[in-house]
Each structure stands twice: as C-alpha cells, then as structure tokens.
Design a protein. Sequence first.
Length: 414
Amino acid sequence: ATPPTNKPKTVLVIDGNPLHDWVELLGGRTLTDGTPIEVVQASWNEIRVTAYPDSSGCLVTAAPIRETSGATTRPMTRTFRPDFLLVRNQPRGPTPVTDRRNVLYGFMVGNVPAINSLKSLYLDLERAAMVGELRQIQQRLGKEEFPLVPITYYSYPNQMVIFDQFPSVIKVSHAHAGMGKAKVTGMSEFHDISTVLALHDDYCTAEPFLECDYGVRIQKIGNHYRVYKKIFTGSGWKSQFGGADLQFMELNDKYKKWADECAKCYGGMDLLAIDILVDKDGSEHILELNGTAIGIQAQYWEEDSACLCDLLVEKMSALYATDTDSAGARDLPGVGSGAGQKVTESAAQWKLHNDSRLQQIRTLKQLRHDIVREKENDHTRELTETVMLGVGAVIVGVILGAAVGWVLRDSQDL
C-alpha cells in the first residue's frame, strides 16, 4: 500500500492516568482516507487554551503525559492545534482547586469537536442539569417505563423546609464519586445539614434512601453495550467507599432502551453509563446518568478501549477524511455542533480492518494468559521436583545413618 501523504490530524486525549496509554491504543490508526492520527495525552491540570477570532480552532499549550513522537513529556510543554478531543476525565472536581472549566470554555469557544460533545460535557457537570434530562425521558416514557428515583431540588438551603421521605440522601451541588453526599434519618438531621449548606449557599437535592439488594450499571460506547451487576461488599452505604463486586450481566431490551434514550440527552452522548438500584422487592430505580468520564473495568479495558478508538476514528473520518467516492454514503450523527455528516463506502473497509485488529487483541490477550498459565505450571513442576529431591535426600540420609549405626554397634560387639 502507498504510505499516506496527508498531514496528520491531532487528537488530544484528556486522561490524567499515566497507566492508560492512548498513544499505544491509537498507534497505527488512520482515517478512512489514510490520514495518520497523532496523539497527545494530557490531564486537565496541564492544559492551557487560547482561542483567537480567526475561526481556526484554538491553540493549546500542554505538558503531555505522552505523545506520538515521544519528543515531549512533562514537565516539558508543547503548543499545537487539536483537531479533535477525546475526554476521559471530568474538568471539575469537588473543590475550587480542581476546577478546570476555564480550559473547557476555551475548547467551546474554539468549537473543537469532541467525544462526548463539549455541550454535553458542560451540562453534565451539574447534577441539576442531569436530573432535568432524566425527567424529560420519564415524561416521554412514563414512570413505569422509566422508574427514576423521586428527586426534590432546593436552590438554596433556606428552602429546605418540606420533606417527608426518611431516611433520605442529601446530595450537594455538582460533586460526584461519593463526595458531597450525606444520609439523614429524620427532620432534625435534615434541618442540621441545611445549616451547614448555608455557609456556601449551595443547591442540593434530596431523595429517599433505598435499601438495595444490588446495583446495575449499563454502559454504552457508541453501539457497544455492557451491563454489570454491582454486589456491594463494604459496610458503608456508599459504593465508592464501601466497595462493590462487579459481575457481567446480559443486555436485555429494557436496558438497551434506557441507554438509547439517555444517549439523546444534552443533544447526544456517545459515551455514557446509567446507575440503577434494585431494592429488596426487586424493583428497579434509575439513580443517575454518567457521561464521558465513565470508568472502564480492567478485565474489559482492551476490548472496550478498542471500541472507543473505533468510534473516535469514525467521528474524525466523518469530519476530515477526503474520500470522493460517495456511493453508499450514509448519515452519521454530528460531532460537537450536532450537524449530520457523510461517511463513504470506504468506512466499511475501515470497519473490517479494525474488527480484525480487535480479534488480534483478543487473541494476544488469550496467548498471554496461556503463557502465564504455562509458566505457573512449569513453576509448580519445578517445585514438585525440588520437594521430591529433598524428600529423597532425607530418606537416603536416614538409611545411611541407620547403616552407620549398625556398623558401629557391630564393631563394639567385636
């Protein structure tokens, strides 16, 4: 094949975990027209953005965790214009020190296309906006078809006067991952926590505390779905702190429908997860919607990340590939702005190639597993042989000792 001559397109992967090697995951990938993909991986903390009025996107200065050329790694910085963003971390943590929304705003000013879209990423930062989106789905489908946990919203603490479903869970402002949440058992505690919130005038939500039997997480990456059963293993009521054992479940029509409906939120989401609680009676309660920063389980990391890479290449090809053969072109959901795009017939060839890559990943993973198991078997055989040699040596020693003893006794008798 003729090497591609197109200028590489740069994707900025915002993932601060150094164990996640996106340069390797996207290594060798190209757009459907052969355009190479260059990867820069960095965290929100080490990115600065400037957007000028020339409509050419934005200028980024970042200290990469890694990048395709390998020439620049933190604390060194690199300045470039990203053609696409893959966002895997939230730009806002629970404290002001971890708030990097200014960087997100710069990407929005520059209209940089992304997974998930920057609009959905921005709206998903606030719990109140997430609750509103889920309520819209419930209004369309009905409470029986979409059993969202009943949530009461208070814009300010001095409004926390009426509530009658105890025990309850108070969730403060935008915080996630178990932060900013408290369980209250009665009206006295409810009023007490309102006096704490009054220090910063945060909004909050209140919902009934559910004695759950287990949890369910529905994960969607493009058209790839996974369902996990969460068995809570800790002593606390927060799964983030108490721990949970995740077991694979089959996708059913109901879970798929919920995921597809949630994928319409915020104008469209490609990457999402829905958390559900199942109570002692077996009733399901939809708890919350998670966006672009969803965690991928270690046992499925390679396969799910490969699906995410496939999705990224598909979206970038829709925007930037210069294929001219329009035969069999199909509509593709828009990226960032929501406008429809066209992907040519060569996308089918690209998909076939990447399906082959995915199969190779699975084969290599199984091969590594077999090699590790064979090494363990070899170690076991060596250990067994060593033990048997040791036992044999002891037996020989005992026999020799007895023989020497008999000789000495015979000598004394003589």
